[in-house]
Design a protein around this ligand. Structure first.
Ligand code: NCD
Length: 306
């Protein structure tokens, strides 16, 4: 694997290996503190980010490496009209690995075709977000101890939520996984998720407009933000943004070992009164993301050196 653009490029064995590395990093951080000495991560963020960018940067520093980059398109030559392909070629002269977030679907893929160093997709438009899924998988492994036989509820903006698309792809490879797709009519998962992932693999799923109706069935509840920046119309965003608000009261009918996840940032969709519930896992998920990104950087740099 040269780059990571889509979570489906990773085999189950490769995901297991990344998780084992992340667990080893958590247990023995000192062993990894110089693994990337002399190496540079280019963090190219053409779209806002807190967790993804800072966790990539923290990951590289904790591996003993350095970071260069930009955090908004306006401070890069993209503002002058430079193509992603040319930016990728240029950055290949300065760095050893690229993490790229871009509002256009496919931009990190285009970059990976022209870069001479590995490119990691750190989120491309409403499409994919494979490293968030790696964080999600480590969270599920730590909290549930397994990936199979889980009922996974994904709730909110399933249309534009790229984390949901990557998570469904990754979890669909495990046996006995069922999905409950909870969204308003306008924000249902794109058809290709059904025709290319769920249906061909014979995965059991159902759609629900009500979170309360399905709450008791869920092992995992993955809440998402309504993706304002992908709407064409502000009125539609305002109408849909507060469709689901998870409160402590709504958790009353949930399983005792439910795992509540959210890629964050949260806007309104999880009330702060849920934060102290032992089932709230979204801040642990943030920390796990850093370890999975460390494991991924290590793996891609090792493969690039072969
Ligand atoms: C997500 C993203 O950027 O897609 N955030 C993240 O990377 N943790 C989710 C979101 O922005 O709603």
């Amino acid at each position: 694997m040269k780059s990571l653009i889509d979570i489906m490029e990773l085999s189950t064995a490769e995901i297991d290996e990344l998780i084992e590395t992340a667990l080893d990093i958590i247990a023995n951080p000192a062993k990894y503190s110089e693994k990337c000495k002399g190496k540079k991560l280019a963090s190219l963020f053409f779209e806002p980010s807190t967790r993804t960018r800072l966790s990539f940067e923290a990951a590289m520093y904790e591996l003993g490496g350095n970071v260069i980059g930009f955090s908004e398109a306006n401070s890069s030559s993209a503002a002058k009209g430079e193509s992603v392909a040319d930016t990728a070629r240029t950055v290949s002269c300065y760095a050893d690995i690229i993490a790229m977030r871009h509002p256009k679907e496919g931009a990190p893929y285009v970059a990976s075709l022209k870069a001479s160093i590995p490119v990691i997709n750190a989120g491309d438009g409403g499409h994919n977000h494979p490293t968030q899924t790696l964080a999600d998988l480590l969270t599920i492994r730590k909290e549930k101890g397994r990936f199979d036989n889980l009922t996974v509820g994904v709730c909110g903006d399933l249309k534009f939520g790229r984390t949901v698309h990557s998570l469904i792809g990754a979890m669909s490879r495990y046996s006995g996984v069922k999905f409950v797709l909870i969204s308003p009519e306008e924000l249902k998962v794109p058809e290709y998720i059904k025709t290319e992932i769920l249906d061909p693999k014979g995965i059991e799923y159902k759609e629900s407009a009500s979170l309360e109706a399905v709450m008791p069935e869920l092992d995992i509840l993955y809440m998402t933000r309504v993706q304002r920046e992908r709407f064409f119309n502000e009125a539609d965003y305002i109408r849909l943004k507060d469709t689901y608000i998870l409160t402590a009261e709504k958790l009353a009918t949930a399983k005792d070992d439910l795992c509540v996840m959210h890629p964050l940032p949260r806007v309104n969709e999880i009330s702060v009164n849920v934060d102290d519930d032992p089932r709230a896992c979204y801040f642990k998920q943030v920390l796990y993301g850093k370890y999975m990104r460390m494991a991924l950087i290590l793996k891609l740099l090792e493969e690039a050196a072969k």
